[in-house]
Design a protein around this ligand. Structure first.
Ligand SMILES: Cc1cc2nc3c(=O)[nH]c(=O)nc-3n(C[C@H](O)[C@H](O)[C@H](O)COP(=O)(O)OP(=O)(O)OC[C@H]3O[C@@H](n4cnc5c(N)ncnc54)[C@H](O)[C@@H]3O)c2cc1C
Length: 352
């Protein structure tokens, strides 16, 4: 369920493995948060951490994947990262020993030649080209009897890829936050001279001579999208003008959306835990006891691919490959990604 980058990547991966796939989308394909994305593809520059390892594994995998399957949609133009101030200069310099990707120093800036961006609408359309997609589809009923029954459709496996919207099941342990954001497609006097991405707080990018993408802002807290657009619009262009001269600026289009994220920023990927049955069987999980996840109760053949935060186009193809391996080959997904960590935390806080 869901035809954003999470659902489209998963559908593509499963189709490639020979499964018959149907995508149910409540609006249109790429009409949700994926439509708002830049979509910049950048590595993570920081000290080592499990999150950095995961992100850069996903970055390398997804670039290879896009090059293999959708080379015309990928603009691998490189990223020039500009330090924000003196403190940031020192911070970036301290990361140099851990930059295990291609990079070079350009004055005070850092250039990462492998970074780039991809066009969300065209990518999702291409991924779903040979897959049946039902748009504007609102399900009435989902039940499970030997297989999933969604209204008149039957499916062996069901995958929730519904972005920042409410989940179609009551899963109280899946806790997410939303960060709203705004971005523009623009052209300006000498925009054709920009040949790579630039990042300093916000990103600029040139996409195949068609447009410059400026994005994006991060508005935390419970704001609605209209309010976020209002708060962001001027500020974003003002800050952009501090990086590039925006003479004869033409705004071609503006976009707004949410990023849905967990508190630890890892996505949520894998089998969906039946929280009531698991707690009934192992009530001491609430005291922090670590019951092995193999013993948990799961909804049969129900999976989730969600909470891709600000990096959906970096994470989704990699996650989709991991999910296809789980579904077809039983290869377990790392606990850092799977719903297990969220369930444990939620269960512990029920009594603490
Ligand atoms: C301003 C902005 C800039 C961003 N820039 C970047 C970037 O540069 N690079 C990057 O990698 N990421 C970026 N992101 C993040 C990226 O957009 C998200 O991580 C990604 O789009 C999430 O994809 P998704 O498939 O999970 O969600 P979505 O794209 O929202 O897809 C979910 C789909 O599920 C559908 N749906 C919901 N409920 C149901 C239901 N019950 N039945 C059927 N369908 C349903 C929705 O209609 C929607 O189409 C940005 C986000 C924003 C807001």
């Amino acid at each position: 369920m869901g035809a954003g980058i999470a659902g489209a990547s998963t559908a593509f991966a499963l189709k490639q493995k020979g499964l018959k796939v149907l995508v149910l989308e409540k609006e249109k394909r790429c009409s949700g948060d994926s439509n708002a994305a830049g979509a910049f593809l950048s590595p993570k520059i920081s000290k080592p951490s499990p999150y950095k390892t995961y992100l850069n594994d996903a970055f390398n995998y997804s670039l290879t994947f896009y090059k293999a399957h959708f080379p015309d949609l990928l603009a691998q133009c490189g990223l020039l990262k500009l330090p924000l101030d003196e403190k940031d200069k020192k911070r970036l310099a301290s990361y140099e020993p851990y930059m295990h990707m291609k990079w070079e120093k350009r004055g005070e800036d850092y250039f990462f030649p492998e970074a780039g961006l991809i066009e969300p609408q065209a990518l999702i359309a291409a991924m779903l080209k040979d897959i049946q997609v039902l748009e504007n589809y609102s399900y009435k009923d989902i039940t499970y009897h030997d297989s999933w029954q969604i209204d008149n459709f039957r499916a062996k496996h069901l995958i929730i890829a519904t972005g920042s919207d409410a989940l179609p099941f009551d899963l109280p342990y899946i806790q997410r936050k939303k960060i709203a954001g705004y971005r523009y497609d623009v052209r300006y006097h000498d925009s054709h001279l920009l040949t790579h991405n630039i990042h300093r707080e916000l990103s600029f990018s040139h996409y195949h001579d068609e447009k410059i993408i400026i994005g994006a802002t991060h508005i935390r807290g419970d704001v609605d999208l209209e309010e976020a657009a209002y708060q962001d619009s001027e500020g974003l262009l003002k800050r952009a003008a501090e990086i590039q001269t925006l003479k004869e600026l033409q705004i071609l289009k503006s976009y707004i959306g949410h990023r849905s994220s967990t508190l630890d920023y890892f996505p949520i990927l894998g089998k969906v835990i039946h929280h009531d049955k698991t707690l009934e069987a192992y009530p001491y999980i609430k005291k922090g006891s670590k019951v092995p996840p193999q013993k948990y109760h799961y909804f049969p053949n129900l999976y989730i691919h969600n909470a891709l935060a600000s990096r959906g186009f970096v994470f989704a193809p990699y996650n989709a490959m991991l999910l296809a391996d789980l579904i077809l080959e039983g290869k377990e997904i790392d606990e850092r990604l799977s719903p297990v960590r969220l369930f444990r935390k939620w269960a512990f806080h029920l009594e603490n």
